[in-house]
Write a protein that binds this ligand. Structure first.
Ligand code: PGA
Length: 253
């Protein structure tokens, strides 16, 4: 059984509510009738609820850019899984390299967030990827391995079978420097093999692995033809309805 391609837009810290609604209206027009590709968007927290309202009746799914693992309480500035479930969030992006780089996210905290998401019925887009220094130092694969083992610690097959892994080489994010399709495919294949060793062939064959890092309408097709690339996590190019829709419609190119 084939894996359904999955394109997700990570808006990061962009878009006021008004701008977010405008973008969603544009996406609804451009993506009408799309069925053979799953689509999700991750607006900033202030825009999640209005965007959820605007998405009613559409096939575009809602994602959060993060969540906290506790249920509720004195955790200033955090958002709980239940709060996200309540407004129809389907996915949570966890472990993004910007969270790791600027906000102290580690494999261990990513693991706690993934467990909390799973316990509340949220699906996870789990981000991993090496830095330029790690790639040049020849340790890209061991970093990926460590991130997978740490992030998935104590998670059973049930928790991971609906998970999405996003391979995002840090050196390719927002830099205009995409990994070549072959470079990306090599790591995606490695991730799938590692998932097979950690779980089973059934799990590794079913999990979708997105590529992220300077994905554009121009380079998406070359990435998607690779056997182990099942979609993309798109930052910059997801902020515009036309460019994001062209990425989603990669099959028509
Ligand atoms: P980018 O971001 O497409 O702007 O490189 C990707 C990401 O960080 O998810």
């Amino acid at each position: 059984m084939g894996r359904l391609p999955f394109i997700a837009g990570n808006w990061k810290m962009n878009k006021t509510v008004e701008e977010a609604i405008d973008l969603v209206k544009g996406l609804k027009v451009h993506l009408k009738g799309i069925e053979d590709v799953e689509v999700a968007i991750a607006p900033p927290f202030t825009a999640l609820y209005p965007v959820a309202q605007e998405l009613k009746g559409s096939s575009i799914h809602l994602a959060s850019q993060n969540l906290f693992w506790e249920g509720k309480g004195a955790f200033t500035g955090e958002i709980s899984p239940a709060m996200l479930k309540e407004i129809n969030c389907r996915y949570a992006i966890i472990g993004h390299s910007e969270r790791r780089q600027y906000f102290g996210e580690t494999d261990e905290t990513a693991n706690r967030r993934i467990k909390a998401a799973f316990n509340h019925g949220l699906k996870v887009i789990f981000c991993i990827g090496e830095t330029l220094q790690e790639r040049e130092g020849g340790i890209a694969f061991s970093v990926i391995e460590r991130q997978l083992e740490g992030g998935l610690k104590e998670l059973g097959e049930k928790a991971v079978e609906e998970m999405v892994v996003a391979y995002e080489p840090v050196w390719a994010i927002g830099t205009g420097k995409t990994a070549t399709p072959e470079q990306a495919e090599e790591v995606h294949q490695f991730i799938r093999q590692k998932l097979e060793r950690l779980y089973s062939k059934r799990i590794s064959e079913g999990i979708r692995i997105q590529y992220g890092g300077s994905v554009t309408p121009e380079n998406i097709k070359g990435l998607m033809v690779q056997a182990n690339i099942d979609g993309a996590l798109v930052g910059g190019a997801s902020l515009n309805a036309e460019s994001f829709s062209r990425i989603v419609r990669f099959k028509e190119m």
